[in-house]
Ligand binder design. Structure first.
Ligand code: SF4
Length: 384
C-alpha cells in the first residue's frame, strides 16, 4: 500500500508522530512525503493521501482535495480542524477522518479497519507505545513529553485534541529515543508539553521535581549537549513555577528564558477566558523566575472581542510593569478556533490606539510575536 503524507509548514509536529507510528508498525506500507499537490500527483494512484490541518488552512485544503477527489486516491484527514468538525469535513470529500489521538487508529485503518470516523478521543493512546519521531526517515522534532491538559482555557483547542488528563511519556522512553537521536547527531533536546513544569505529575500542575531532575540528569548522562526546558516550543503555567523546580532545571538547561502565559492584565478577562490564575499569581511566578536567573518571556493574547478599553489599559499596565521588571513580552492575537468555548464570539478586535501602543513596544524591541499576522488569520476563522 502507498501512503502519502501531505506535509505543510504548520503540520510537521502533527504528522511526524503519525509517520513514526506507521513506520514502526506497518513495515509493508510505502511512505511518501508530499510538500505540494504536484508532489502528491507524482505518486501513481491507487494511494492513500493523509492530511492534518488547522482551521485557517481550510480553504487551501478544500481547493487541493477538489482536484484529487475524482482520482484513485483515498483521502483521509485528522488534526485540529477535523477533531472540531469531523462530520463537516466528510462533506469536503474525505473518506475517513480521525479525531483526537491518531497513532493507533491510523495503524488500524491501514490494517483494513474501515470506519468513517475513527475515535481517538475516547481511545487515548499511551505515548510510550509509539516513537516520538522517525529516525529511519530522518524526521526529528521536539519530544512530546506530555499530551493532554488539565486546564480548560476558553480559547485553546489542546484539551479537546489531547484530552483533559495529562499523559506523560516515561523517562525511560524519552531517554531511549534521545539515545537513538544521538546516533544521528541530534545533540539538542527540546520538548513539547502543555505545561513543561507539570511533567510527571498526576495533575499536570504541581511540579514533580524528582521526575524532572531524573529526566534531565539522564539526558545529560547519555551525552545530550544542549537541553531546553520550560521554553520554546513549550511554556509553563504560572501556578507551576516555584523555586524548587527552577533550581533543578538550572543545573542542566541551556535556555536563559522561561516562557510563561499571562494572556491578560484584566481580572475580568482572565475569568472570561477561564485562565484560573490571577495577575498576582503571574507576578509571583515572574519574581521567582527572575530570582533564579532566568528571563521571563510572558505570553499575552490581544483582541478578545469582549475586551473593554478598561481591560486593555490594565493589560498595558501589566505589560509595562513586566518590561520594567526585566521581562520580554510575546504577543498573540485571539483566534476563535472551532471546538473551543470562544469559537462563536467573533474575530479579534484591536482598536487603533491599542495597536499603536503595541507597535511602539515592538519597534523598541520589548515585544515580539506574530500578533499582526494572526489578526488576518482570526478573520479567516469566522464561519468555520
Ligand atoms: S492554553 Fe495551555 S494551559 Fe490553557 S488549556 Fe491550552 S494548553 Fe492548557
Amino acid at each position: 500500500m502507498k501512503l502519502i503524507f501531505r506535509i505543510q509548514r504548520s503540520n510537521r509536529y502533527s504528522l511526524i508522530p503519525l509517520i513514526s507510528a506507521v513506520k514502526d508498525r506497518m513495515k509493508d506500507v510505502q511512505i511518501f512525503l508530499a510538500k505540494s499537490t504536484q508532489e502528491v500527483l507524482q505518486v501513481e494512484p491507487p494511494a492513500v493521501v493523509a492530511y492534518s490541518f488547522m482551521s485557517f488552512d481550510l480553504d487551501d485544503i478544500s481547493e487541493e482535495i477538489s482536484h484529487l477527489r475524482d482520482m484513485d486516491y483515498t483521502l483521509i484527514a485528522g488534526g485540529p480542524h477535523i477533531t472540531a468538525r469531523p462530520f463537516e469535513s466528510l462533506k469536503m470529500g474525505f473518506e475517513h477522518v480521525f479525531v483526537g489521538d491518531g497513532e493507533e487508529n491510523l495503524v488500524d485503518f491501514l490494517k483494513g479497519e474501515k470506519k468513517t470516523v475513527f475515535d481517538g478521543l475516547t481511545n487515548r493512546i499511551d505515548l510510550d507505545d509509539y516513537p516520538p519521531f522517525c529516525p529511519e526517515l530522518d524526521l526529528f522534532m521536539p519530544v512530546e513529553i506530555t499530551r493532554g491538559c488539565a486546564f480548560e482555557c476558553a480559547y485553546c483547542e489542546t484539551p479537546l485534541i489531547g484530552g483533559k488528563k495529562p499523559r506523560h511519556r516515561s523517562i525511560e522512553s524519552i531517554v531511549h529515543y534521545c539515545k537513538i537521536g544521538l546516533t544521528k547527531n541530534r545533540y539538542i533536546a527540546r520538548f513539547i508539553s502543555p505545561n513543561s513544569f507539570g511533567y510527571g505529575s498526576t495533575d499536570g500542575v504541581r511540579p514533580n521535581v524528582q521526575a524532572v531532575d531524573r529526566l534531565l540528569f539522564e539526558l545529560k548522562r547519555i551525552g545530550m549537549k544542549e537541553i531546553y526546558f520550560g521554553t520554546f516550543p513549550s511554556d509553563v503555567r504560572p501556578e507551576s513555577v516555584d523555586n524548587e523546580i527552577l533550581k533543578v532545571i538550572k543545573k542542566y538547561v541551556n535556555n536563559r528564558s522561561i516562557i510563561i502565559g499571562a494572556q491578560s492584565g484584566s481580572k475580568r478577562v482572565l475569568e472570561k477566558i477561564k485562565r484560573t490564575h490571577s495577575v498576582e499569581t503571574l507576578l509571583k511566578a515572574v519574581d521567582t523566575i527572575l530570582a533564579n536567573g532566568f528571563i521571563p518571556h510572558v505570553d499575552f493574547i490581544f483582541g478578545f472581542p469582549f475586551e473593554t478599553d478598561e481591560d486593555r489599559y490594565q493589560t498595558l499596565e501589566l505589560i509595562n510593569k513586566l518590561i520594567q521588571m526585566g521581562c520580554k513580552i510575546h504577543a498573540h492575537t485571539f483566534m476563535p478556533l472551532p471546538g473551543t468555548a470562544l469559537e462563536r464570539v467573533g474575530s479579534a478586535i484591536i482598536p487603533e490606539w491599542f495597536r499603536k501602543k503595541i507597535a511602539q513596544l515592538s519597534s523598541q524591541g520589548k515585544l515580539d510575536g506574530y500578533w499582526e499576522k494572526q489578526q488576518t488569520l482570526s478573520q479567516r476563522l469566522i464561519g468555520r
